[in-house]
Structures are given as structure tokens and as C-alpha cells.
Design a binder for this molecule. Structure first.
Ligand code: PEP
Ligand code: MG
Length: 864
């Protein structure tokens, strides 16, 4: 229907107005994705109505007050044709103003259409156009038009009168005047501040252009089988093959998708009448067209169509909107069918979206009763009854009842409660505070830093900003993916680690060129790391091994011991526990590297904070509670995160690291005896000076010599240093020669570079990000300028002094796609992140490698 029109040549000479033909100069970068897609449909010989495209420059000029030669546009269409204008931005995700239909509707057109379509259909069309023009183009008060009831002649007269009253002029009758108004309003809407901000938030550049397409309308109303609808060949939520969509007889645009009843299913369906039943031929044609588009446009498409007197017309096609799990399934199936290459399938899945597959999620279609929003610290969603203490969480789990643990902040004493809870909510904290780190490790949905909610934990209640009070036992849902705290129990979608996911991950591993390990502290974590195919453990925080109640008391006894003999006795008890832990980890990891960090306690996390903890410790130490309280008070530090932590403890109380080194070596011997040979990695935390490394290394080497002699077995090990103080990064050249690897702890490095407490920053972080002080929470997305500069210096100086050294990042940033890009470019060998982030990291790393191989611009090019 687009061929052989004598006007075609003339219009192609007007640079502002391009008739879309198979060969017209139309490009996504100049006319937008919709215009380009329509051209592709024309090339496929699909029945597309005549369409004219206006390029970005033309639309920009319209917004500035210019207007292209309207006769060049109108001349392309039959004088009586109604027109529709739709936006065509470069990337459909950037949005754009809504489409305006039925341009050209006037008293004269109404009379003519009353003859051809019947008066009722013509009147309804005219009425809808007046309403839409009044509110979207003339910008009149929508209230004046919304209250008009019915679709008959009285309603039309009322709408025309309301227009005249409000606009002080009659409704425009001239098609050119109407079209000019529509083009102007759409161009200006794109230029408005809120539209700019919205699309920039979706990644659009500040100067992103808008194209417009003007299309002849095919009426979906009139005699014979007439109507409009939308069809796609997959399910948007699951990605399964399924003819989906709706068709509404005697309708225009997307009315079939509206909430009004009466729309038909497409394929025959036991729930009701379907297009396939009433117009099998049209349905067959439609399904064939959609399949052709899928194959040739190399994407699952949502197709907008009209049936006019039994004939199918294709108005538009866009990529099917999809949930992340559908995105994986669709990309893998297209690659498996040979429609797209594997590399492209990998590029089509958004790494962050994988979180939705790895965890239960709130169904995207469920209603959300929002109570408050905090920092989305650990993804996934869970519903449970509110409890305010760890003990209650455990009691709840024992009853088989899901609960949400609500705390001001969490400490090691809460870890058992966290294990028992379905989700965790804290008032304080940020991305790397205790609750966040443990939550991610356990794969437990967690929201921290919810300062909007008033926490009254003693009264066992929290108050939402809208005044709603939630008490113990009330049902809430924690959406750790979005940071939303929801009232009640919205519908959920289960995790979906299906075959498509595994296939995609396998393809990712074949492409990527940076290693991905997991941070894992417990056998359960290690098993998760294995399930997600991590290439080893990059950080085992040994202090987390002591968070269990039985062990916590022993650990406290050790910290409280005042004499070397007393300490030695407690360490004797700790040694077999640690050895057993390490044997398990080594066995689970089956010869893959396991990097064990020596004890790095912020001491405050181990001091008993409540009466019960103090009483337990008093029992264990056989001391009065008052003694324990006094000693605990004496050990309190003003700034525990900068206090007796990490290697400082190792230097001042070296027996602790001796015990750990012995446990690691003995476990390595034991695990190697009946399994793959283990070469343990031992890491010294919070180093800031070379001498610290020398002191610890000398003792660990001595322990190795002793264990070798006692066991009569040889073994290898690798000693490394955690670079997490700015000084260690700056002095990497003198530290690197003493170790086999440097692992950069970007949590502490961020904290110390900014002088920003990782536990308290949540309070003001959102204000800081909102006001543009920080582009993002630097505990979440690596600050590549400041912290990044230290990392670059550390890499350069460390590798310069020790060329064969292994370099890695084990802070939380290791699982963040943007940060992985930095790490890869800076030359790190691997990143290590929470087990549940491993798949996200694997995909992000694969995408980086692919983009590098094929060049950014081709990787970014839109697929349709
Ligand atoms: C770090 O500081 O980046 C790190 C990994 O250690 P932690 O979070 O245990 O302090
Ligand atoms: Mg640290």
C-alpha cells in the first residue's frame, strides 16, 4: 500500500518530511526507533498504513516555534483520512508524549463518517478526539471534559460547548490547524523539564531527540469485522511462548487493553470468546505477521493492529515489555533458534534484573500498599509478621510462622534471629552495615536506613509517615529489591533458576575475562557460591563464624581474657571449631581457592549489649555481672571501626592469629587427604604499614613450619594483604613484595577515604544523593574518582613492585556491574562479592568483555 504513489518522490525531497518507504532515508539516530521499526515492517511487505516521519531536528524546530510545510505532510494522505501522531524517540524506554488519534475529525468529517461508519461510531470518534485534543493539545482543564457522560450526540455537543467556553474559540475544524497544534504540543512536551528529568533517569542523554510519525488511521469501527488490539507471542511475565493480547470489536488504539470489559481473547480460550473463533482468517494472518516480525526484527514484538472489514493492518510494533525472568528466557530462546547470536543474547539481559530471578519478588502486577522506603540492602521480597527481637524471631520460626525482624540496627546477637526471619528491617545503617552484609550473605531480603518510619522498639511498634501504626504480629512485606516496606501480603513470584538461566550463565562464563569469586563465611554460603559457579571464595570473614550463640560466648571469653594463660585456654577450645569450619569450606569448594581473612572484629560487635548477654558471659567467666559490665565498659571504643580491629589485634594479641593459621593449615592437610589438594589463602585485614605485615607473616610462617613438622606433611599457602586503608593503597609498593596477593576492601576504603561512617551514612545518604553531592551512594556504587584513584595507585604501585601479584576487590562493590567495569579496566584479576550477587557479576563481566571485543557502539546499537 506504500508503493507507486506519485507523491512519494516529491516528499522525499523535503528534508523535514520523510514518507516511510522501503528505501527512504530513515534511521533510529535521526528519526527514532518507532520510525525505523515501521520502515522495517514496510520492508517486510506488511500491511502498514501510509506513514510520514519527522526527524529530531524538525521536531526541535517545532518546539522552538517553527512549523514544517504542513501541506507536504497532509499532501501524502487522502483528503478525508484521519491521522494519528505518535512519538518516536531513539530508545523506546525513554518514553515520550502520548499518541493523539483521529486528527482531522470535524463537523464535516463527522457527517461524512456518519454515512460510511454509521452515526454512533462517527460520534464516538469525534467525541474522543475533542476530549483528547482539549486536554493534551489545548491544555484545557480535564475536569471540564471528564464528567461528560455517554458517547452520543448530547455528549458530543456538551464537549464542543465546553471546548468553546474554556478556550474562548470554537473547536478547530481545519485538519492542518489540528495537526499543527498536535505537533507543537508533542514537541514542547518532550522539551519540558519533567520529561527531560524522567528520561535522563532512564539513561537518555540531555540532548536526546524526539521524532514523530504521522500515520493514516484505519478505522477500527464500521461495517463488517472491525476492531483493534494488541498481540504478542510470549508471556510478558514468564517469557513462555503464548499468544497474548486482546481485541476489542468496534474500537480504536489501545482501547482493547483498557479496563472496560468486552474485549476478546486472541487464541481460542476456555475463559471466553476469542478472535480466533469469530474471525479465524484475520487471526491466522495476524499470528503469521507477528511471527515474521519476531524472526526478521530478531525480537519478541508487541504488535498493534486494526481489523477493518476483515482486513488486518499493522499499525506499530515495539519490543515486548518483559520481566527480567522473561528477558532471560526470550534472549536464550532467540539465540537457540539461531535468530540472534549468543553474544547478543547476553547483551540483551540487564544484569541487575537477574536479582529478580535469584529471589522471590513482589509480582510486578500486584498492588503495593507502601508504608515507607529505605535503602534496598539485600534483594528479594518476603512477607511475615513483625517481631522486634531475635528471640521472638526464633520462636516464630519454631512455630513455622514467617516473621520480619525489625531492629534499630543488628549486631552479632541478632544473627540467629536473622537466620530465623524471612526478612529484616532496620532503622539505621547503609549498604555495608551489619544487617546489610549478613542479609546479602544469607540471601535474606533486607531494608536498612528507613528513617521515614518511627521505630519504638520498646513499645514494640513502628509508625509510618502517614500515621499508620504497625505492631508486633502485623503482616508486612519487605521488598529488598526496591527498598519498599509494604503493608500486607501482595502476590509473589518465585525464584526462577531454570534452564534458560543456567544456559545464559554458561555463555557468560565463556565470554568474560575477569574472575568472579564469592564472599562466603559459612558452609551454607560456600554451597550457594558453588551453586552459582563462583570461582572460589574471595573473602571468608572469620569473625562471622563466631556469631552463633554457643560460639559467641567463647569468643567473648577470649576477648575478655586478661592473662595469656586464660587466653590460651580459650583458644584451645576455639581451635577445633575453626579447623572444622575450614575443613568444611575446603571440602565444599573442592580445590577451588579459598581466601580466609584473619579475625577482623570491630570489637563493639562482640561486646554484650544487653543484660542477658552480660549474664551469659558472667556465667561463662564465673564472674559477677558487675565485673563483666565494668570490663565491657572499659573496652568500649569511641570509634570502634577505627579502633582495635584487624591486624591491630593480630599485632597486640598475636596468639589469635596463630590459632587461626594453625586451624587453616591443619584443615588444609585434612581436606587434601581425601579430596582435591588445597592451597589456602590467608589474608591480613586493615593493614596500614609494612611492618604489620612483616610481624604477622613471621609468625604465620613459623606456625606453618611447626604444623608441617608435627603432621609430617608438606603444604603450600599464599599470604595476602587486604588493602582497605588509604595508607595501604598509597604504600602498596612496599607491602606488595611481602605477599602473594592484595585484595582491596572497598567498604572500609570508601569509609576511610570519605571519612564517612559506613554504619551511619544511611541517615543522610538519600539527601546527599538527592542534592547531587554524591551521584550515588558510594558504598553501593564505587566512587571511581576518589576511591578509584586510590585503587589505581594501589594496582600500579603493587604490581610495579611485584609483577606476578594477584589483585582483587572483595568489598561489596565487587558485585555491582558499574564497579566491575572499573575493576576490569583497572587490571584486577578478580572481584569477589556476596554469593547471591555472583550471577549478576558474571553477566556484567561477560557484557564488558563482549563490548570490548565488538566495540561499544555496535554493542549499544538498538536491536530493532
Ligand atoms: C571491606 O572493608 O571492603 C571488606 C571487604 O571488609 P569488611 O566489610 O568485612 O570490613
Ligand atoms: Mg574491611
Amino acid at each position: 500500500m506504500l508503493h507507486g504513489n506519485p507523491k512519494d518522490a516529491a516528499v522525499q525531497n523535503d528534508p523535514n518530511v520523510t514518507l516511510i518507504t522501503a528505501t527512504a532515508p530513515v534511521a533510529t539516530t535521526t528519526h527514532g526507533g518507532r520510525a525505523k521499526c515501521l520502515q522495517r515492517l514496510v520492508r517486510l511487505d506488511l500491511p502498514v498504513p501510509r506513514t510520514v516521519a519527522l526527524c529530531f531536528d524538525t521536531v526541535k524546530a517545532i518546539a522552538a516555534g517553527g512549523m514544517p510545510d504542513l501541506s507536504a505532510i497532509l499532501g501524502q494522505f487522502d483528503d478525508r483520512a484521519l491521522l494519528c501522531v505518535r512519538p518516536s524517540s531513539e530508545d523506546p524506554d525513554w518514553g515520550g508524549p502520548g499518541a493523539v488519534m483521529s486528527i482531522g475529525m470535524s463537523d464535516g468529517a463527522h457527517a461524512a463518517l456518519s454515512d460510511s461508519l454509521g452515526p454512533a461510531a462517527a460520534t464516538a470518534l469525534y467525541l474522543r478526539f475533542v476530549q483528547s485534543y482539549a486536554t493534551h493539545v489545548a491544555r484545557l482543564d480535564p475536569d471540564e471534559f471528564e464528567h461528560i457522560d455517554g458517547t452520543g450526540p448530547e455528549a458530543l455537543a456538551a464537549a464542543l460547548d465546553a471546548y468553546e467556553d474554556e478556550a474562548d474559540e470554537p473547536f478547530p475544524q481545519d485538519r492542518g490547524e489540528q495537526l499543527a497544534g498536535v505537533l507543537r504540543s508533542m514537541a514542547r512536551a518532550w522539551d519540558g523539564t519533567s520529561a527531560r528529568l524522567l528520561r535522563q533517569a532512564k539513561g537518555a542523554p540531555a540532548e536526546a531527540g524526539l521524532g514523530l510519525v504521522v500515520q493514516e488511521m484505519i478505522p477500527g469501527v464500521g461495517p463488517g469485522e472491525c476492531g483493534s488490539g494488541v498481540i504478542q507471542l510470549v508471556n510478558t511475565v514468564t517469557g513462555d511462548k503464548q499468544v497474548t493480547g486482546r481485541y476489542l470489536r468496534q474500537s480504536q488504539g489501545r482501547e482493547a487493553l483498557g479496563d472496560g470489559s468486552g474485549s476478546l481473547y486472541l487464541a481460542s480460550d476456555s475463559r471466553g470468546t476469542a478472535l480466533q473463533d469469530v474471525a479465524p482468517e484475520a487471526f491466522g494472518a495476524l499470528r503469521d505477521h507477528a511471527a515474521l516480525m519476531r524472526r526478521q526484527l530478531r525480537a519478541e514484538m508487541q504488535v498493534e493492529f486494526v481489523i477493518a472489514n476483515g482486513q488486518v493492518h499493522i499499525l506499530d510494533g515495539m519490543r515486548v515489555p518483559r520481566s527480567p525472568r522473561a528477558a532471560v528466557k526470550i534472549a536464550v530462546r532467540l539465540a537457540e533458534e539461531g535468530i540472534i547470536p549468543r553474544q547478543e543474547a547476553l547483551l540483551r539481559v540487564e544484569p541487575h534484573g537477574l536479582n529478580e530471578l535469584l529471589h522471590r519478588q513482589v509480582d510486578p502486577e500486584a498492588e503495593r500498599d507502601l508504608l515507607a522506603t529505605g535503602i534496598a540492602a539485600s534483594p528479594g521480597a518476603a512477607t511475615g509478621r513483625i517481631v522486634f527481637t531475635s528471640a521472638d524471631a526464633q520462636a516464630s520460626a519454631a512455630r513455622g510462622e514467617a516473621c520480619v525482624l525489625v531492629r534499630r540496627e543488628t549486631s552479632p546477637e541478632d544473627v540467629r534471629g536473622m537466620h530465623a526471619a524471612a526478612a529484616v528491617l532496620t532503622e539505621k545503617g547503609g549498604m555495608t552495615s551489619h544487617a546489610a552484609v549478613i542479609g546479602r550473605g544469607l540471601g535474606l531480603p533486607c531494608i536498612v536506613g528507613v528513617s521515614d518510619l518511627r521505630f519504638q522498639t520498646r513499645k514494640k511498634q513502628i509508625t509510618a509517615p502517614d500515621g499508620r501504626i504497625l505492631r508486633e504480629g502485623d503482616l508486612v512485606t519487605i521488598d529488598g529489591t526496591s527498598g519498599q516496606v509494604l503493608a500486607g501480603e501482595p502476590a509473589m513470584l518465585e525464584a526462577a533458576l531454570d534452564d534458560s538461566f543456567r544456559t545464559l550463565m554458561g555463555w557468560a562464563d565463556a565470554e568474560r575475562d575477569i574472575g568472579i569469586r564469592a564472599n562466603a563465611d559459612t558452609p551454607a554460603d560456600a554451597q550457594t557460591a558453588r551453586n552459582f559457579d563462583a570461582q572460589g571464595i574471595g573473602l571468608c570473614r572469620t569473625e562471622h563464624m563466631f556469631f552463633e550463640t554457643g560460639r559467641l560466648t567463647v569468643m567473648r571469653e577470649m576477648i575478655f581474657a586478661q592473662t595469656p594463660a586464660g587466653r590460651a585456654a580459650v583458644l584451645e577450645r576455639l581451635l577445633p571449631m575453626q579447623r572444622a569450619d575450614f575443613v568444611q569450606l575446603f571440602r565444599i569448594m573442592e580445590g577451588q581457592p579459598v581466601c580466609i581473612r584473619l579475625f577482623d572484629p570491630p570489637l563493639h560487635e562482640f561486646l554484650p549489649t544487653n543484660r542477658a548477654g552480660q549474664r551469659d558471659l558472667a556465667d561463662a567467666l564465673n564472674l559477677p555481672v558487675s565485673d563483666v559490665t565494668r570490663r565491657a565498659d572499659a573496652m568500649v571504643e569511641y570509634n570502634p571501626m577505627l579502633g582495635m580491629r584487624g591486624v591491630r589485634l593480630g599485632v597486640t594479641v598475636p596468639e589469635i592469629y596463630d590459632m587461626q593459621a594453625r586451624a587453616i593449615f591443619e584443615a588444609a592437610i585434612e581436606a587434601s587427604r581425601d579430596g582435591a589438594s588445597v592451597v589456602p589463602e590467608i589474608m591480613i585485614p586493615l593493614v596500614s604499614a609494612r611492618r604489620e605485615v612483616e610481624l604477622v607473616k613471621a609468625r604465620i610462617d613459623a606456625v606453618a613450619v611447626a604444623v608441617r613438622a608435627e603432621a609430617g606433611r608438606d603444604f603450600d599457602y599464599r599470604l595476602g594483604v587486604m588493602v582497605e586503608t588509604p595508607r595501604a593503597a598509597l604504600r602498596a609498593a612496599e607491602i606488595a613484595p611481602h605477599c602473594a596477593f592484595l585484595s582491596f576492601g572497598t567498604n572500609d576504603l570508601t569509609q576511610m577515604t570519605y571519612g564517612l561512617s559506613r554504619d551511619d551514612a544511611g541517615r543522610f545518604m538519600s539527601a546527599y544523593v538527592q542534592k547531587g553531592v554524591f551521584p550515588e551512594d558510594p558504598f553501593h556504587v564505587l566512587d571511581t574518582d576518589g576511591v578509584g584513584e586510590l585503587l589505581r595507585l594501589g594496582v600500579e604501585r603493587g604490581r610495579g613492585a611485584h609483577p606476578g601479584i594477584t589483585l582483587s576487590v572483595c568489598g561489596e562493590h565487587g558485585g555491582n556491574p558499574e564497579s566491575i567495569a572499573f575493576c576490569r579496566a583497572a587490571g584486577f584479576d578478580y572481584v569477589s562479592c556476596s554469593p547471591f550477587r555472583v550471577p549478576v557479576a558474571r553477566l556484567a563481566a561477560a557484557q564488558l568483555a563482549i563490548r570490548h571485543k565488538i566495540g561499544d557502539s555496535s554493542a549499544d546499537s538498538p536491536n530493532i
